[in-house]
Design a protein around this ligand. Sequence first.
Ligand code: FUB
Length: 310
Amino acid sequence: AAVGLGLGLSLLVGTPAQANPNPLFPQLFTADPATLVDEGRVYLYTGVDEASPTDTDYVMNEWHLWSTCDMVNWVDHGSPVKALSFAWAKGRAWAADITRRDVNGKPKYYFYATVDHATVPGLSIGVAVSDSPTGPFVDARGSALITNDMTKQTDIFWDDIDPAIFIDDNGQAYLYWGNTVLKYVKLKPNMIEIDGDIHVVPIEPFTEASYLHKHKGTYYLSYSQGFPEETIYATGPTATGPWTKRNVIMDVNRNVKTIHQAIADFNGKSYIFYHTADLPGGAEFRRSVAVEEFSYQADGSIPFIPKTKA
Ligand code: FUB
């Protein structure tokens, strides 16, 4: 409500704008948040859960983009990229991650995404590129960046999922990913080719949803453990560890087994994005993205972060 104060001034009264009205987006079932902070905005890419209440698996065909300049008012940008944007894929727009790398002074945005390969059994990771965070994104390679090899005894249908992209201060890019076994590889400066061997990260138990970020000189590797999943993190002195396991930062959801976090700083505050199934009609395959603000403790640790709900 607005109360006139004379001289054309007015004062807004009533309920102040709420920063975290969780779940964030009441109009869609969303999951697997990935964030990009760019030019004064937070861009939030989410999966879209299209499963009906009776479906017993994910139905996910595209990613959706939202952005904000104040963490209160969100703009809906629609879908900038779909599973079938990768010509070699046949569906399953699972978790993704995004980064910016300038090429010849011009911004380029690289979107790493889990999809179902049309001809190689199992899920694969592709990379799409755009001149704008809002897309459209186009397949950058015409083939998968990481493909499954189910002839290996250790490989399972979904072990090559959940890409996390990180560019270190010296320009070296790393891709982390995996389910059950966490892996990473260096990327070439072109961001679309791997550079050298794939490494296994000795972190156990590990479920999925790895995410790498840096805060005040420390590298933070967060991920899901257990199933139902809780979010935990490790810290290290470099982008490849060695990793020291720290505390659980989010506990299991009451109504969905996955949680999938992304962590970002924006305008001097720190945020963790994750998903629950707290929208009306929510369920295992009908999730909803939420956010919490948090503060690092004096020693750099991330505290346990309780979930709020509108
Ligand atoms: O959304 C499909 C899968 O569920 C993701 O790849 C995992 O991280 C889990 O959230």
